[in-house]
Design a protein around this ligand. Structure first.
Ligand code: SF4
Length: 386
């Protein structure tokens, strides 16, 4: 017998609703910026980060609510120093920056002269600025003249929504090639800079390259350079110098990660109903929610993700060898915990595992070295095993 009025059909949860539930009812989605998109490429194996970023969760607020706030981001001093260096590089109507770009990219093109263009990109809101930037890029390509776009606004579709990104500059050369320029305040000494900092700048620039490619597809004759111009202070001075950085690898990794974000629906579907990362919940509830999503902690997270302290603590508690670094993790193969590695060294590991055999051998050599009395050995060598 049917009841009247008929029972309402069960509410079908849309992806948008599901992601809102994950963030918390009163929490607006946190837009992705170039740094957060670039950080995705720094740890491509982490499903936790992919889900949290895809759902627009504020990871900084989540880390604080978990009791592990991240000391993350640039210091005020570094920001002021970076801004002042950028202003110096772009001074004089961008003449110095265009000269550096020509020196690195110019090829057969004439150096930028007084006819070089620096279009006004002012417009209302990020959407308006992105449209103004797209128009300026189209006009610069058609004009075939050196053009500097100072702080253009680029749009990149991420998981179905536009993310607005603002590189330091984009240079258009007379051949119609668009090149991203990143201005950093870390020094380039004898033509080389800190490789970790260059890697981070390359990942960030790769995000801009992907965004530019979306616009370039609609402009005849446009081409996006996969080498970006990195401008830094020369040696220990405040004078700018530049180098080209090839970002093809970073671009591919970021592209794959962005495709993964569009599958955030699959990641969300695997989570239990009612799970939420709402910072208003208790630390215990949040820790449980976070642990429901697989992570891939590595020490590199400390420089790239707000949840790093929380994930490091959990990785250490679980005795994961990944907490010791990716190289150690790679060397140990199938032995994923410190306990398993120590057991293998003690002879209790899998008999046919070459890693376990190598650990047994290393443990035996260590024990022999420690048993030897101090002083010169029978051949006169020192007792030190190395
Ligand atoms: S800190 Fe945690 S969530 Fe962030 S990338 Fe590393 S493992 Fe993933």
């Amino acid at each position: 017998m049917s009841s009247y009025p008929p029972a309402a059909p069960p509410r079908k949860t849309t992806l948008r609703q599901r992601l809102a539930d994950l963030r918390g009812p009163a929490v607006p989605p946190r837009p992705l910026d170039a740094r957060s998109l670039a950080a995705l490429a720094a740890n491509p194996g982490c499903g936790r980060r992919a889900l949290l970023d895809g759902a627009g969760v504020d990871k900084g607020a989540l880390a604080t609510a978990l009791g592990s706030p991240a000391a993350f981001g640039q210091s005020q001093f570094a920001i002021v120093r970076g801004n002042s260096f950028e202003a110096k590089v772009k001074g004089d109507g961008g003449a110095e920056l265009l000269r550096l770009a020509h020196a690195r990219l110019g090829g057969a093109a004439e150096p930028p002269g007084p006819d070089a263009r620096v279009p006004d990109l002012t417009a209302a809101g990020p959407e308006g600025r992105a449209a103004r930037t797209a128009l300026a890029l189209r006009e610069a390509t058609a004009a075939g003249a050196w053009t500097l776009l100072d702080h253009p606004m680029l749009a990149l579709e991420v998981a179905g929504s536009p993310a607005y990104l603002e590189p330091d500059a984009v240079v258009v050369d007379p051949d119609g090639r668009w090149t991203v320029v990143e201005i950093k305040s870390f020094p380039m000494i004898d033509g080389a800079a800190d490789s970790a900092k260059v890697g981070s700048a390359a990942r960030q620039a790769a995000v801009y390259v992907l965004a530019l490619e979306g616009t370039a597809r609609k402009v005849a004759g446009a081409e996006v350079g996969h080498r970006v111009v990195l401008v830094c202070p020369k040696d220990f001075s405040n004078l700018p110098t530049a180098a080209l950085v090839d970002v093809r690898r970073e671009r591919s990794v970021t592209r794959r990660q962005l495709d993964r974000l569009t599958r955030v629906e699959e990641l969300a579907a695997r989570l239990p109903e009612g799970l939420s990362f709402d910072p208003a919940r208790t630390a215990g509830e949040l820790a449980e929610a976070v642990s429901a999503v697989g992570a891939a902690y590595a020490p590199e997270c400390l420089a790239a993700c707000e949840l790093a302290f929380h994930c490091r603590e959990r990785a250490r508690e679980a005795g994961e060898v990944s907490a010791l670094g990716r190289s150690v993790r790679g060397e140990l193969g199938g032995l994923t915990t410190v306990e398993a590695a120590l057991a293998a060294a003690a002879g209790a590991g899998p008999a046919d595992d070459p890693t376990a055999a190598a650990l047994r051998q290393a443990a035996r050599l260590r024990a022999e070295a420690l048993e030897r009395p101090p002083g010169p050995g029978p051949l006169g060598e020192d007792a030190c095993p190395c």
